[in-house]
Design a protein around this ligand. Structure first.
Ligand code: GLA
Length: 462
């Protein structure tokens, strides 16, 4: 048997449609040749690696990109390999959108306030190829199998398939913005974002999907529209009443800068990150069972507080207004509103501190934000509080806070370079001692916003 025949047989056994197995085998051979030439590894090592990636994906596992003795596979290469292996052809478009850190501005976005976030150097990658029959097929390295939706349907999925609600939500949103949704396609997503770490993989997949669908149909709306499409998908299809933070940061991120959003417009800007600033994420892997319901409840409480104060959104309320209404508001509503009003002031103070290059002052504001979440907004947990307490005692830490919606998830620390991996390991060990589980520690960098990485025009529907 030739190598091509052996590979064809293997692809068949891995579930490829008979017609595509031979094409897939040829593609694998081509990619192994390219990889061996580009990376200076033997062809056997390259082929072994590609086959390993295919098999892991089939088992729903994430390939170890840097496994010893194997060539590191870039996200783009991994995506191409899995796309070929699943659909037996090349994608027409590849896009990428980053995850984000919520730097400061906790639950300020849907209250019309200001917020600062950072796009990070990890994210979601999407590959897309058009289909003439109108059928939409979705696959991801994180789930075995292909999810198929017939021509014309946008049916909300559940269970293991629920991840496709993000691209489906984007498809449903496009016409709302006067844009055209592509008809049939094959879609594959890969990610190097740790899941459940509060780094917003959902906004990343929404923006990567939106850019891919738009590129495939030759439409190039303003970046602000792409961001709004992502949020619309989340609010109206997925059903989470989030603000614009996650999508805005994923869309407007820039390396070495923070994204500033005035959510009322919304208006997007960036602020330079002073040299030496480092980010560490400690993911507790804890998640309140009712996290979505609790987020929605906070949203409702804030809207009720705004109404009681006679404003449309809490951004329009002042500390004086809140103080004079103290007797009329239930104590809980008062606490929620106080958090939001003071948090908006902290964001503005933080922008000033960053522009002055004063990282210690910015750090103190981050920790103050956490204390407010803890006492007033009540979206922290004992696990997150423990990490913040440990971190702010450690050398080189400017400040620490929960990042994202809260009720579990992750803490971020802003540090100087003298906070080392050893110190991070010490904090993780103290956490394990107390809470019995090791948190994931991620030393992350800022990165650029969502982008089309590769596109082969002309494309099916213009
Ligand atoms: C989640 C939401 C954001 C924002 C934060 C809290 O990440 O998606 O819109 O509300 O929580 O600040």
């Amino acid at each position: 048997m030739t190598e091509h025949e052996q590979l064809t047989e293997l692809c068949r056994r891995l579930g490829a449609e008979p017609a595509s197995a031979a094409v897939m085998a040829a593609q694998l051979q081509k990619r192994a040749d390219q990889m061996a030439a580009e990376r200076g590894v033997t062809r056997v090592a390259a082929m072994e690696y590609l086959l390993g990636v295919m098999m892991q994906a089939r088992r729903g596992e994430t390939p170890a990109a840097d496994a010893p003795g194997r060539p590191p596979l870039s996200m783009r290469e991994k995506l191409l390999t899995l796309f070929h292996a699943t659909f037996g052809r090349s994608p027409a478009v590849i896009t990428r959108a980053p995850g984000r850190i919520e730097f400061i501005g906790n639950h300020t976005d849907y209250n019309g306030g200001t917020v600062l976030g950072a796009a990070i150097d990890r994210g979601v990658w999407v590959a897309l190829a058009p289909r003439a029959d109108g059928v939409r097929r979705f696959a991801s390295e994180q789930q075995a199998g292909v999810v198929t939706q017939g021509a014309g349907t946008l049916k909300k999925a559940d269970g293991d398939e629920a991840w496709i609600n993000y691209p489906l939500g984007v498809l449903a949103a496009l016409p709302e913005f006067g844009l055209k949704a592509p008809a049939g396609f094959d879609f594959y997503a890969v990610s190097d974002l740790p899941s459940g770490a509060g780094l917003s993989s959902s906004a990343a997949i929404e923006l990567a999907s939106a850019l891919a669908f738009l590129e495939l149909t030759g439409q190039r709306p303003a970046r602000e529209t792409v961001v709004k499409i992502g949020r619309h998908a989340e609010n109206h299809f997925v059903g989470v009443p989030c603000g614009i933070l996650d999508q805005g940061v994923s869309g407007f991120g820039q390396k070495d800068r923070l994204v500033f959003i005035d959510c009322r417009g919304p208006r997007f800007d960036t602020v330079p990150l002073p040299a030496g600033a480092q980010f560490w994420i400690f993911n507790t892997h804890t998640k309140h069972a009712l996290v979505d319901g609790l987020y929605a409840a906070r949203h409702r409480e804030c809207m009720a507080a705004a109404q009681a104060l006679g404003v449309d959104l809490l951004v329009a309320a002042t500390p004086a207004m809140l103080e004079s209404a103290r007797g009329e508001l239930p104590p809980e509503t008062h606490r929620r509103a106080k958090h939001v009003i003071e948090e908006i002031a902290r964001v503005d103070a933080c922008v000033a501190a960053l522009r002055a290059g004063d990282l210690p002052a910015a750090g103190r504001l981050l920790t103050a934000s956490h204390r407010s979440s803890q006492a007033l907004f009540e979206n922290s947990t004992p696990e997150l509080d423990f990490l913040v307490d440990e971190l702010v005692r450690a050398p080189g830490v400017h400040g620490a806070r929960l990042t994202g919606g809260g009720f579990g998830g992750a803490v971020m620390a802003l540090t100087a370079p003298e906070f080392t991996r050893e110190q991070a390991a010490r904090v993780a060990a103290a956490y394990r001692e107390k809470h019995g589980q090791e948190p994931d520690v991620l030393h992350t960098r800022t990165g650029d916003g969502a982008a089309v990485v590769q596109s082969s025009a002309p494309i099916c529907e213009k």
